[in-house]
Design a binder for this molecule. Structure first.
Ligand code: LR7
Ligand code: MN
Length: 576
């Protein structure tokens, strides 16, 4: 496999044992130094690179204080070096049973050292990078509900082992009303013996990750808050790139590259550095390929910070004061979801910068399903949170969200007035500004004539994506008036889009396919004539026509004949 890091060590080559008393990492010298540090001013730069108002950080000189040996796990144990763990087949039944507890392979995780070693996955250029000498301190906030012991503590150990000690103020664990014995007294006793201050706070009742993070943030004494999920592993050098961006500009919110820890084998798999965060009409967070435009802005340097339209949400650093200035989180959001887009939009629209630091890599166990309960129902909670994002930040583009999510209108959003006031108070920019300047590649069209269903005059059926993926055929079925798969936008750029796909035809007799929108016209340009109600394909001059007997769900592309079978109505009456 490709060797991405500068030093491509293999697990066998690690020879430093886990020291029993890691306490030794914090020397007296360091403790004294920590006490003697006085407030220090770092100048921050404005957009043009010139120096502006100083921010007050209490930074440390990094170079001298880096703990010498990287703690490198327990040689001989499974999973060292980030390798996959395979459970022997005689234990398969138990393994599958245990998988259900957390929706990942708990047996594999439990067999791996809490201190396991990982490869240095950084690009060569990262190793040569010079970071500012003076960096702010950070507190790590990790919230969890019913997390497994091994994943939670491996997260904690990876922070301890791979963060320069002076930068690490403390680790704050927030237990969101878990119902697991090991997360009670056992955890409290365990963390007391750790070589850095680790505190456990507990929510009184199940609060959801957003309010749990707010509780954690309240107790932060470091200058920067770094949030992590409870099933992560930080790699060598993960912290400095995050903190250094904040030192340069305190309004920068920085994410690491989020690598994949396999939910099946716990293998550490490096993620692409060419990926950034976007979102779709449903307001799901999505990874997309970084456009050339952003590569060019970075001068082709793959180690340079990447400006991302949105973040995944779980792993990022933010200046503590800026976190509050910017409105922390929306307390009206429950359990899970939405807060990541909310913060992304808020950062950009209200004058901040959201970045991925490609020299910082943190692994995360990605799961197919959520392991815990959503009191009140998953869809209700997720739709509620997303609706709050749409109502506060998205202006008229909230229509896409409501059109795409049948049922969203019937979920109460609650009171969003204080969040709207926040937007007002911070004089945040419009969603149009965001789409134009930060995310022009978004599948939210900037200008469009129509959003709704497209109905054939003769059959009274509607175009329907049938939930199909890119490069599959467009479908058609009876109109259900619920939106979702029957919602299309007809844009000023002559596209007919559904989320990130566009109607596309490469032949005058079709078929009409759903293809990723490319925004270049060509096979994706259509003209709707309001007079004769035809939908004409610009390149071929053919007209969209109702399906024939052979396949009632397949709309056709045929020579225009002005019959009713080629007439379409764009005028929807949704029963939201
Ligand atoms: O009620 C809850 N209380 C909690 O404390 C529900 C969850 N949690 C904890 C949970 O134990 C975990 O530590 O919150 C953390 C995140 O929950 P996950 O791991 O179930 O979330 P996720 O990884 O599936 O989802 C991503 O999107 C979420 C939207 O609300 C959060 O922002 C997560 O932090 C986020 N995770 C990441 O960004 C990691 C990369 C995943 C991607 C893409
Ligand atoms: Mn997670």
């Amino acid at each position: 496999s490709e060797c991405l890091g500068g030093s491509c060590k293999k697990p066998g080559e690690y020879d430093v044992e886990v020291p029993d008393a890691l306490v030794a990492v914090t020397t007296h010298e360091e403790v004294n130094r920590e006490k003697s540090v006085v407030d220090y001013h770092i100048s921050k730069r404005d957009d043009n690179g010139s120096i502006k108002t100083p921010a007050t950080y209490k930074p440390f000189e990094l170079k001298r204080w880096r703990p010498a040996p990287t703690v490198t796990g327990a040689p001989g144990k499974p999973g060292e070096g980030g390798k996959a763990v395979h459970i022997s087949s005689d234990k398969e039944a138990l393994m599958k049973e245990k998988f259900k507890i957390n929706q990942f392979n708990l047996m594999a995780s439990d067999s791996i050292s809490l201190n396991r070693s990982l490869l240095d996955v950084r690009l060569d250029g990262c190793l040569k990078k010079k970071f500012p000498k003076l960096l702010p301190t950070t507190s790590i906030v990790i919230v969890f509900h019913n997390e497994a012991w091994s994943t939670l503590l491996r997260t904690v150990w990876s922070v301890i082992n791979r963060s320069p000690r002076p930068l690490l103020k403390e680790i704050i664990l927030v237990d969101d009303a878990s119902e697991r014995d090991h997360l009670g007294y056992t955890l409290e006793q365990y963390v007391k013996k750790l070589p850095v201050p680790v505190y456990v706070y507990r929510t009184e009742k199940r609060s959801g990750l957003i309010r749990a993070r707010l509780l954690g943030a309240k107790h932060v004494t470091g200058q920067v808050i770094t949030f992590l999920d409870a099933h992560c592993e930080c790699t060598e050098g993960w912290l400095e790139p995050l903190l250094s961006r904040i030192a340069e500009d305190r309004k920068t919110v920085v994410c690491p590259i989020i690598d994949v820890i396999s939910d099946e084998t716990f293998e550490y798999i490096t993620a692409s550095d060419m990926t950034w965060g976007g979102f779709n009409w449903k307001l799901n967070f999505r990874w997309y390929r970084v456009p050339q435009r952003e590569m060019d802005r970075r001068g082709g340097d793959r180690t340079a910070p990447l400006r991302t339209p949105t973040m995944a949400g779980g792993l990022f650093s933010i200046d503590k004061e800026y976190f509050y200035e910017l409105g922390s989180y929306d307390e009206g959001m429950d359990i899970w979801g939405g807060e990541n887009l909310e913060m992304s939009f808020r950062v950009w629209q209200c004058g901040g910068v959201l970045e991925i630091a490609p020299c910082s890599h943190v692994g995360h166990v990605f799961r197919d399903k959520s392991p815990y309960t959503f009191p009140g129902g998953v869809s209700k909670i997720v739709l509620h949170n997303a609706a709050r994002v749409a109502e506060v930040w998205m202006d008229e583009w909230k229509d896409f969200y409501y059109a795409m999510n049948p049922g969203a209108r019937s979920v109460p959003v609650g009171d969003v007035s204080s969040r709207r006031e926040l937007r007002e108070r911070l004089q945040c920019k419009s969603f149009r500004w965001y789409l134009e300047n930060i995310y022009p590649e978004s599948q939210m069209p900037l200008d469009y004539f129509y959003l709704g269903d497209i109905r054939n005059v003769e059959t009274q059926s509607c175009l329907d994506t049938m939930g199909r993926k890119s490069s599959e055929n467009l479908g058609m079925t009876y109109c259900h008036n619920l939106g979702g798969n029957q919602v299309f936008a007809y844009t000023k750029r002559q596209q007919i889009m559904s989320d990130d796909n566009c109607l596309d035809a490469s032949n005058k007799y079709g078929p009409v396919k759903l293809v990723r929108c490319h925004g270049m016209g060509g096979n994706q340009a259509w003209v709707y004539d309001e007079e004769d109600k035809t939908i004409k394909h610009v390149n071929t001059g053919s007209c969209l026509q109702k399906p024939d007997q052979s396949d009632m769900n397949l709309p056709l592309l045929r020579s225009c004949n002005f019959s009713k079978s080629q007439q379409w109505i764009m005028k929807s009456e949704f029963k939201w």
